[in-house]
Design a binder for this molecule. Structure first.
Ligand SMILES: Nc1nc2c(ncn2[C@@H]2O[C@H](COP(=O)(O)OP(=O)(O)OP(=O)(O)O)[C@@H](O)[C@H]2O)c(=O)[nH]1
Length: 453
């Protein structure tokens, strides 16, 4: 086999360091190595060999054992102890061919041991073989290094998960996303990170695949909430792909979407809030009312709508200016919102100087009592209204309507009833609460004011 007939042609430029204190031997070897097409370096002592090896990083070292000063064994020991030279293959050459010597050579990390006197064709064959092994080891090493670098530097979190849900490996991005130190997640289970239902669903998918790997398919990407080490929840896109490496495994890719989620939530919240008063806007109120209306239709519970309108507000603006009007609306809004205490209550600015309050599961008497409390609250704020013909302070007129909605009832009728009551309050002198009693189901007059449960 000639060097050119194998994959070694790529290694013709391989560098070989020959270390021998005998000039004849050194020269003969050098001639051979040059003939083979290798770049050749020579050293006549162990010390010089170490120095050269650290500088030129040869691909192979042919190392004589018996030398004055540092012998070949010690030279090899020092080569193997230094990070720069420890991966360079060493072939010992020696007239000492006793088993103990050969074993000692291999124990020091040599890849081969050639007896002297040297038979040059054999030396060349052994060098070729070792260079070939070295070349493929280096390729594998480089590939592994490249993969390691990618995995350690990628922005996505990467997990390798076993079929029983045990985490085998995580990359630094994954550790960082979830607040763990290196290696801390390995050995834990996905149920430590996911909510029980989601973890169960994944485990079922894992065991289906483990039982029947050829039917494997990617689980695709889904949004999951993962428990951070500090207890908070982080929102991630998780993509799971099955693979088979001696055992069924799953590659999980985590993509952090918390920021994206936060801005999405912020946008959603902004779309629900009135920018001036910071309470719910009309759009949010309408969809909230729609849901409560459906629920009340199912449960048969009464639903109360309160409509509030600031009295003589045009005059207020005209007297104190639009900016003062804005501040006044903010104060009125806060007073109104302070009365929406349950999860099923909602206060909103419905437009201009008009506000609404929804009280679900609240009958007419309770709603009237709440409306009266809002009215009194606003009056006691004592926001001066210098030119109001009805009060020295800002006041509101309030209409209340209560319904127990049935299948064919319409939301508009609740609004119409509350509006009518509010206009009645205006006509009767403002700064008062009126109830619309003309509704088909469940309206009543202002009676005593029972507390809500
Ligand atoms: N400052 C301010 N004024 C507003 C805002 N939205 C509506 N308005 C004013 O509110 C006033 C409402 O006036 P009207 O509907 O005539 O009723 P009113 O003066 O309150 O009188 P009554 O309702 O009959 O007691 C108008 O002058 C609007 O310009 C706002 O966001 N800021």
């Amino acid at each position: 086999m000639t060097p050119g007939s194998t994959g070694l042609s790529a290694r013709r430029d391989a560098a070989v360091l020959i270390v021998d204190d005998a000039p004849d031997s050194l020269s003969a070897l050098r001639t051979q190595m040059v003939e083979q097409g290798y770049q050749t370096f020579v050293a006549s002592s162990g010390e010089r060999a170490l120095e050269l090896a650290r500088r030129v990083h040869p691909d192979l070292i042919l190392l004589d054992i018996v030398m004055p000063g540092m012998d070949g064994f010690e030279t090899c020991r020092q080569l193997k102890a230094h990070p720069v030279t420890q991966r360079i293959p060493v072939i010992f050459m020696s007239a000492r061919t006793a088993t103990d010597d050969v074993v000692a050579g291999f124990d020091l990390g040599a890849v081969d041991y050639i007896g002297k006197p040297l038979r040059m064709p054999e030396v060349c064959a052994r060098v070729r073989t070792q260079l070939s092994i070295r070349a493929s080891a280096e390729t594998q090493h480089e590939q592994a290094e490249r993969l390691r670098t990618i995995v350690n530097n990628m922005a996505e979190g990467l997990l390798i998960i076993e079929a029983n849900g045990r985490i085998q490996f995580t990359n630094p991005a994954c550790d960082q996303y979830l607040g763990y130190g290196p290696e801390e997640l390995a050995g834990r289970y996905i149920s430590d990170l996911l909510n029980p239902l989601v973890a169960h669903e994944y485990l079922e998918y894992f065991s289906r695949y483990a039982a029947n790997p050829e039917t494997a398919h990617s689980h695709g990407t889904r949004e999951v909430i993962i428990r951070h080490k500090l207890g908070k929840s982080v929102c991630m896109d998780l993509t799971l792909t099955p693979m088979f490496l001696r055992q069924p495994l799953f590659i999980g890719l985590l993509h952090d979407i918390t920021h994206h989620k936060l801005s999405e939530d912020a946008l959603q919240r902004a779309a629900m809030v009135d920018p001036l008063t910071k309470i719910a806007n009309r759009r949010h109120f309408d969809s909230f009312l729609e849901k409560e209306w459906q629920r009340a239709t199912r449960t048969g519970a009464p639903l109360s709508l309160v409509v509030l309108d600031v009295d003589h507000f045009k005059l207020y603006n005209d007297t104190l200016g639009h900016a003062a009007g804005d501040v006044c609306l903010q104060q009125v809004a806060q007073a109104i919102a302070a009365h929406a205490l349950r999860g099923t209550d909602l206060a909103a600015r419905y437009g201009g100087e008009e506000f609404v309050l929804l009280f679900a599961e609240t009958d007419a008497n309770a709603a009237a009592a709440l409306a009266e409390s809002v009215r009194a609250h606003i009056e006691t704020l004592q926001l001066p209204h210098p030119r109001s013909p009805t009060s020295p302070w800002i006041t509101v007129s309030i209409g209340v309507a209560t319904m127990t909605p049935r299948q064919n009832d319409r939301i508009e009728s609740l609004f119409v009833a509350a509006d009518r009551a509010m206009y009645a309050a205006k006509e009767e002198g403002r700064n008062r609460v009126r109830i619309n009693a003309g509704l088909p189901s469940g309206a009543s007059g202002l009676g005593s004011v029972p507390a809500r449960d």
